[in-house]
Design a binder for this molecule. Structure first.
Ligand code: SF4
Length: 257
């Protein structure tokens, strides 16, 4: 099984298709993935375990690494477009997420004032008041939606515990119109089960769900890295553009990366 884990709290800068020159922040454990999804395409590999006694990095540890990295970037006159929360799982699961957001904003304002703060998240924690409050600090709150129906959601995102599709849809619809959706389309098969979300029916259902969420914009993309499950196929840029055009017809801005 493929597994890739970030070994540092701060990594990069890397060149991101969607976020430009991006400084990554991994606020999750370095030893294992921590997420309430187990997406078939996850670059961190598969992990269905419910981890006990999780050792999260502290706010101080994150702040210390971030300060050092930002100072080094400034010393070398390296410009950054985005400070991006990404890494070994779902950042909004960190119990001190709000405090971390305030700390990161302070460092950004001080040392990298032109950089935007982006939080890539899986939309499962948006019902929590503190998470919403923390996300208000971000310039971009980029929320996952890959599935237009329940069975696709369960087969692709593979939620852990009692997380439901309805919960994710409610979270997205109730979050407000500042929302940026991120949707990954792909094709593929896994043993007997057909996997993927790129076919006429799936796309139709996805479009009508997005219309009901009324996001500020949508980022469409496909596979670019090694995936947890083998034999998944990327959807081409022209195919993604076709979905983007259909979103545009619904009055929704969509970009393809
Ligand atoms: S939500 Fe992100 S981190 Fe979690 S399993 Fe899916 S791809 Fe991996």
């Amino acid at each position: 099984m493929h597994t890739f884990l970030f070994k540092y709290l701060v990594f990069g800068p890397i060149s991101s298709r969607r976020l430009g020159r991006s400084l990554g922040l991994n606020i999750l454990p370095k030893e294992h993935k921590l997420c309430n999804f187990d997406c078939v395409y996850c670059e961190c590999g598969e992990d269905h375990q419910k981890h006990q006694n999780v050792q999260f990095p502290t706010v101080e540890e994150i702040l210390e690494e971030l300060l050092l990295k930002c100072q080094m970037l400034n010393d070398r006159d390296i410009k950054i477009d985005t400070i991006s929360f990404a890494g070994n799982g779902e950042p909004t699961l960190h119990p001190d997420f709000e405090e971390i957001m305030y700390a990161v904003k302070t460092v950004r304002d001080l040392l990298l004032p032109d950089a935007k703060i982006a939080v890539l998240n899986n939309s499962t924690m948006l019902h929590k008041r503190q998470v919403r409050k923390a996300l208000e600090i971000a310039d971009y709150s980029i929320c996952k939606l890959d599935a237009g129906d329940e069975s696709t959601f369960y087969s692709i995102n593979r939620p852990l515990g009692n997380l439901t599709y309805q919960k994710v849809k409610d979270n997205l619809r109730n979050y407000g119109n500042k929302i940026i959706l991120q949707s990954l389309f792909f094709k593929g098969k896994n043993e007997q089960e057909q996997l993927g979300n790129y076919n006429d029916q799936e796309v139709e259902k996805y479009l009508s769900l997005v219309e009901s969420i009324k996001p500020e914009s949508v980022m469409l993309y496909s596979l670019d890295r090694t995936t947890a499950i083998p034999d998944l196929e990327a959807v081409s840029i022209p195919q993604l553009k076709t979905i983007a055009e259909r979103l545009n017809h619904l009055g929704i801005t969509a970009t393809v990366a």
